[in-house]
Structure formats: structure tokens, C-alpha cells
Design a protein around this ligand. Sequence first.
Ligand SMILES: C[S@@+](CC[C@H](N)C(=O)[O-])C[C@H]1O[C@@H](n2cnc3c(N)ncnc32)[C@H](O)[C@@H]1O
Length: 250
Amino acid sequence: MSEADETTADTAPWMARVLTLFPEMFPGFLGLSLAGKALEKGIWALDVLDIRDFARDKHRSVDDAPFGGGAGMVMRPDVLDAALAAARGRSGEAAGAAVFLSPRGRLLDQALVRELAAGPGVTLLCGRYEGVDQRVLDAHGAAEVSLGDYVLSGGEPAALSLLDAVVRVLPGVMGNEASPAEESFERGLLEYPHYTRPADWQGRKVPEVLLSGHHDNIRRWRMAQAEQITRERRPDLWARRCRAQDEREG
Ligand SMILES: C[S@@+](CC[C@H](N)C(=O)[O-])C[C@H]1O[C@@H](n2cnc3c(N)ncnc32)[C@H](O)[C@@H]1O
């Protein structure tokens, strides 16, 4: 039995609250595989609120035209405020950070994933249309988080991706065999390449060192591969790693 199977949640679950105009998108793929099992076990919990339920007029409108003109519609602050207050009020102390998924936010990376996983949970606001009224973000001190430098049609795919990344590092979600310690980004490096059977596939051979059984050599080879791949593919990550190393060495 793996560590993940043995673990049951004996503490309060890590709490994800999602505010969306498309509640049917959740839990989506998070109901399957590792995240789905962890949800069943109560390691994390999901509370999805339909923003439209907080609209006040008979048309249940959640958006309006932008002041100053321009294309598209903007999500109303009064409706979002009521939804955020309800979501966060429901969880009391365990409300965690309020996050607006937004292309102008801080890029989601493994450090932020770890930071969120260490807290009690998160409240995710998924935008639609042109975006949301700035005042409600200011009033709730919402942090903006981006999935990447491209524009999605809504915050839901970003919320699902953020939750997937956070849930897999919660204690008890991954088994021993899937230790995250050597994964991409955990050490500021991309991961080394993997190989499995057959050792010779279509004339392509597995690197000799991996068949040697010599653990030190394997570890050194993997580290050298991770460094080379990071240098070649992500000079930004490599430069950051070098800077951190220089600082450590004074
Ligand atoms: C069509 S987009 C609005 C884009 C916005 N007018 C802009 O230019 O930045 C609608 C919503 O999708 C979400 N979204 C779009 N791209 C995203 C990204 N890269 N990361 C996170 N959320 C994103 C945001 O919640 C956004 O409010």
C-alpha cells in the first residue's frame, strides 16, 4: 500500500473555493486520478459558487458596460463582492488567500504553488468578458495570478490548473514513488530525461550509466543532464539559479 493510500485526512481539509459563471466546469478533471482520490479522502475540499446566484436584478445580470467606453463588458463589483463575502464567510478562519486569475497577475510557478499549499486554502475568482471591476479586487486585497503570457476566454482553466498543481503537493496526495523533490522547478532546474524498458527500442539505447547500478554516477549524470537542459531551454531559470548560488557563497 502506498503512502497516499494509507493517509486519511485527520485535519481540516485544504479548502478551495471557486467563484465562477460556469460551476459545471468543476471539479472537471480534478474529480479523477490523484486529485479526485484526495478529494474523496477529504485531504482537500471544493466549494463552487455560481456568481450569478449573487446578482440582484430580475435578469440576474453580472456584468455591465465599461466606464470610459471600449469593447466588451466588465463584471460588476457589487455582485462579485457579495459572492466573495459569501465564499470567504463560509470558511471563517480558513479562508486563505483571495486570488483573481488574470493575465496581468504574477506568473504561477512552483514557489507560489508551495506557498498556497502551505496555507489553509484559497478563494479563486474566475473572470469572464473583459475582466472585473478593479474596486472589488482592491476591497478584497485579491492577488492576481496568471497561468501564462496568453489570453484565455475565462479564468476557469487557470483555476483548474492552479488547483491541480497545489493539490498534488498536499501531504498524503502523492505516494512515495512520486516524490516531487527532483521534479522540474523544485530545485530551480528542469528535470533530467527518463527511460524505461525496453533498454533497446528501435535501435535507440538507454544511456549506459542508467544500467550500471552505480547510484552516485546515476545521480551525477542526472544532475548534469538537468543543468544542461535548463541552461539550453530556460536561460532565465539558469541565471536565477547561478545568482542564488553566488549569494550563498558570498
Ligand atoms: C478574455 S479574458 C480578459 C482579458 C483582459 N481583457 C486582458 O486583456 O487582460 C477573461 C478572463 O479570463 C481569465 N484569464 C485570461 N487569461 C488568463 C491567464 N493567462 N491567466 C489567468 N487567467 C486568465 C481572467 O479571469 C480574465 O478576466
